[in-house]
Design a protein around this ligand. Structure first.
Ligand SMILES: NC(=O)C1=CN([C@@H]2O[C@H](COP(=O)(O)OP(=O)(O)OC[C@H]3O[C@@H](n4cnc5c(N)ncnc54)[C@H](O)[C@@H]3O)[C@@H](O)[C@H]2O)C=CC1
Ligand SMILES: O=C(O)C(=O)Cc1ccc(O)cc1
Length: 286
């Protein structure tokens, strides 16, 4: 049982974690720290948090576990501000979609207190944001990646592992660098492609006229282009190198496809499409 949990940033992810932990009975009091007064009020009125604070010292006081659930661009500043306020009994974790940059910022700001910072990333979310979008089932039966540090106290890792376990998530541990390389492929590049496609369609046509002719496949593929632009700016910039490496390979892949199309080379198209289908089917239709 966590007596008091402090969530920094009560949006989709921080709010959903608060709701899920409350429902599970794993936490006594949940304190929310929010920069945006509207989100603060909303999180309180929706019963997501028990208490809202606009000052970090008041928010952190007496917390056993602190969860950073702010956009990646806000993490470094928060680590710096919280460093002098952390007490020996506090365990700190985050939910950021990129891990190496968060680890670097935490190491620089937290000094010896890094032993109690356990980096995390729930592999669950939606294209919506803010406290109104939060829901208690978000993490149920989803994976949560932890990228523990060599310096971590084992008890701190166990506390974070248990927190996610209590909301029905499956916890796995990998290195932060491997995390960032894999997530560039299965999350960050797909979001970039969806944004790029929607941007292109918005420029070449009138989406409000043409989208009425789109079928389910388009809706599936483009859904994530409705994600928050600033949250995704931060993710792309934080994982710039792995993302750029993959983007360049993707450009080459598109070039190969384009050349095959230009030549009328149906054999090449089937070769590429069949390899792609097999790779996807082996995972999803096994
Ligand atoms: N959106 C998604 O599906 C997922 C997001 N993540 C990660 O979760 C984190 C939060 O993302 P979301 O919940 O989607 O965003 P969100 O926009 O729904 O929530 C973020 C909240 O943080 C607040 N905030 C921003 N800067 C702040 C600051 N300096 N101090 C206090 N509060 C501040 C905002 O007012 C907002 O309420 C990000 O780091 C993101 O990479 C992780 C998994 C899934
Ligand atoms: O909306 C979706 O399907 C997502 O992919 C949500 C998401 C966004 C960011 C993450 O780091 C993890 C999950």
């Amino acid at each position: 049982m966590i007596q008091r949990l402090c969530v920094l940033g009560v949006g989709l992810i921080g709010g959903s974690l608060a709701l899920a932990l409350k429902r599970s009975g794993a936490v006594g009091e949940i304190v929310g720290y929010e920069r945006d007064p509207l989100c603060r009020a909303k999180a309180l009125s929706l019963g997501i948090i028990d208490r809202a604070e606009s000052g970090l010292a008041d928010a952190l006081r007496g917390a056993e576990v602190v969860v950073l659930a702010v956009p990646l661009g806000a993490m470094e500043g928060l680590f710096q501000e919280m460093a002098p306020l952390l007490k020996p009994e506090m365990v700190v974790t985050d939910v950021g979609s990129v891990k190496d940059s968060v680890v670097t910022a935490a190491r620089a700001a937290l000094g010896a207190r890094i032993v109690d910072f356990v980096p995390g990333h729930p592999l669950a979310g939606t294209e919506k944001s803010g406290p109104e979008a939060a829901f208690a089932d978000l993490f149920y039966l989803h994976k949560v990646i932890l990228t523990p540090l060599p310096e971590n106290r084992p008890e701190a890792v166990e506390t974070v592992r248990m927190m996610w376990h209590r909301v029905g998530a499956e916890v796995v541990e990998i290195s932060s660098t491997y995390h960032d390389r894999v997530l560039a492929g299965v999350s960050h590049l797909p979001h970039v492609l969806a944004f790029a496609l929607m941007d292109l369609l918005a420029k070449v046509g009138e989406p409000q006229d043409t989208l009425q002719f789109a079928a389910g496949g388009f809706r599936d593929f483009s859904r994530i282009a409705s994600s928050d632009p600033t949250v995704w700016r931060d993710i792309c910039l934080a994982n710039r190198e792995p993302l750029l490496a993959l983007l360049e390979q993707f450009e080459a892949e598109l070039h190969t496809l384009g050349e095959a199309l230009r030549r009328g080379d149906g054999g090449k198209l089937v070769e590429i499409f069949a390899r792609a289908k097999a790779a996807r089917d082996i995972h999803y239709n096994a």
